[in-house]
Design a protein around this ligand. Structure first.
Ligand code: FAD
Length: 408
């Protein structure tokens, strides 16, 4: 066999997996259809991601600590409210938590991609094939053979599908997917604002969907900066995208209730259709699914990538353990351990985010009153608040060692 693992898809999840394996001596061939250098621009992906503290712990364990120190903004506080009128529910890591440490970190996807790609290129355990596509994937009893468009043949005991929500590898394996679309579109942009964000993430719920203002490091000139993820009804999306920077800034200021003072828009708005999907199985013969190839959720709580990173931590631990024991990395017992570890957690996060989105979308005075009562009740229950904060940090459940900061 050429390699221990073949990974199809070198997005944030696939590349993190290759690095997590490389850090522990497990070799991989990484195949991505895109020119990866072209994915490092804001024009390709202008989003920023909320990385839970546990995910950040894994990034540090695989050598990306300097990148996080330089490029990420800690989130110390999450302020949740039903529109601008209601009294907010505040999760304050510094004041009420007692545990200390940031709830998470905001980082631009392009910086994360650049850091992962540079680390991946310098790791001898990773053979990078990009841009390249697999013209055939043959999963036989003895191993997997992948043939690339240029005739290159790769062999390994296991192939990992990390090729995103429209995974061809998953579909070719005949794995069914439960999916639905939300009647909503996420509009994403970046703003500068007069008042400091004080490391606070604001989540304001409107009947059309959540409106999030997420703290970023200051602009190069030193101005206060935040990322916007604004969920609108589908019919409103084209009109919102057509707004000029001034009109968009005025809308953002109105929806934020002026919490950050005057606002100016500093990046073109981009849109993302929103949906939910979950693969019926994470494994097939000599195949496992990770990240968006396995599941995708509403970005309401900024958990989609974090779920994929938890998949990575679990799969890396399973494969490193198996390699040390000299086991076949594609054996059903090995892949089943990964699937059993990750399915329930992903199902629960998907159900909770879907439920939250539906709950806050209910129109009318009665649901609004119920939501406000609920927020006020959580505000008065410190134990429940601590539990929510542990969830935001990614510090609940049966955590793989990489998420706890332990060596594999
Ligand atoms: C508006 C919005 C905001 C979000 N914010 C957050 C957040 O704050 N926090 C969070 O945790 N999550 C967030 N998410 C979710 C997160 O962005 C995704 O879950 C994550 O990017 C998925 O990464 P991935 O590597 O699994 O898939 P992808 O990013 O889709 O990567 C797939 C890779 O596979 C490659 N590929 C595709 N097909 C093939 C093929 N046939 N052969 C070879 N290669 C192929 C692609 O080129 C790509 O590099 C957000 C999502 C949206 C829409």
């Amino acid at each position: 066999m050429d390699r221990d693992v073949i990974i199809i898809g070198g997005g944030l999840v696939g590349m993190t997996l290759a690095l997590a394996l490389a850090t522990h001596g497990v070799t991989s061939a990484m195949v991505d259809a895109a020119d990866l250098d072209a994915t490092l621009t804001a024009a390709f992906d202008g989003r920023a991601s909320a990385i839970a503290s546990a995910s950040a712990t894994m990034f540090r364990a695989i050598g990306l600590g300097p990148l996080l120190d330089e490029r990420s903004c800690p989130i110390h506080r999450i302020r949740v409210s039903d529109g601008v009128a209601a009294r907010p529910l505040v999760f304050d890591a510094l004041a009420t938590d007692g545990v200390g440490g940031a709830l998470g970190f905001m980082i631009e996807n392009r910086h994360l991609r650049a850091g992962l790609l540079a680390a991946g290129r310098s790791a001898p355990e990773i053979a990078l094939h990009a841009p390249a596509t697999a013209v055939s994937i043959d999963r036989g009893a003895a191993g997997v053979t992948v043939t690339l468009g240029d005739g290159t043949i790769l062999t390994a005991p296991l192939v990992v599908a990390a090729d995103g929500r429209r995974s061809k590898v998953r579909d070719a394996a005949g794995i069914a997917v439960a999916r639905w679309s939300y009647p909503q579109t996420a509009i994403v942009t970046m703003i500068e604002h007069a008042r400091p964000h004080d490391h606070t993430a604001f989540e304001l719920f409107y009947p059309t969907g959540p409106f999030a203002i997420l703290p970023m490091l200051p602009s190069e000139g030193g101005a206060n900066r935040s990322a916007i993820v604004w969920t609108v009804d589908n019919p409103a999306a084209p009109g919102t995208l057509k707004l000029g920077p001034r009109a968009l800034a005025a809308e953002i200021e109105k929806r934020s209730g002026g919490v950050l003072g005057g606002v100016s828009v500093i990046a073109p708005a981009a849109s993302y259709p929103l949906g939910y999907h979950h693969a019926a199985s994470y494994v097939a013969d000599r195949l496992v699914l990770v990240g968006d190839a396995a599941h995708g959720i509403h970005p309401i709580a900024g958990q989609g990538l974090n779920m994929g990173l938890r998949d990575v931590a679990a799969l890396a631990e399973v494969l490193v353990d198996a390699a040390r024991l000299g086991l076949d990395l594609g054996a059903p017992a090995v892949t089943a351990r990964y699937s059993a570890w990750r399915r329930l957690d992903n199902s629960m996060v998907g159900a909770v985010t879907d439920g939250l989105n539906r709950l806050f979308a209910l129109p009318g005075a009665v649901p609004a009153a119920a939501r406000r009562l609920g927020l006020a009740a959580v505000e008065r229950l410190p134990a429940l608040k601590r539990r929510f904060m542990a969830e935001a940090r990614g510090e609940t459940g049966d955590r793989p060692k990489l998420l706890v900061g332990e060596a594999l």
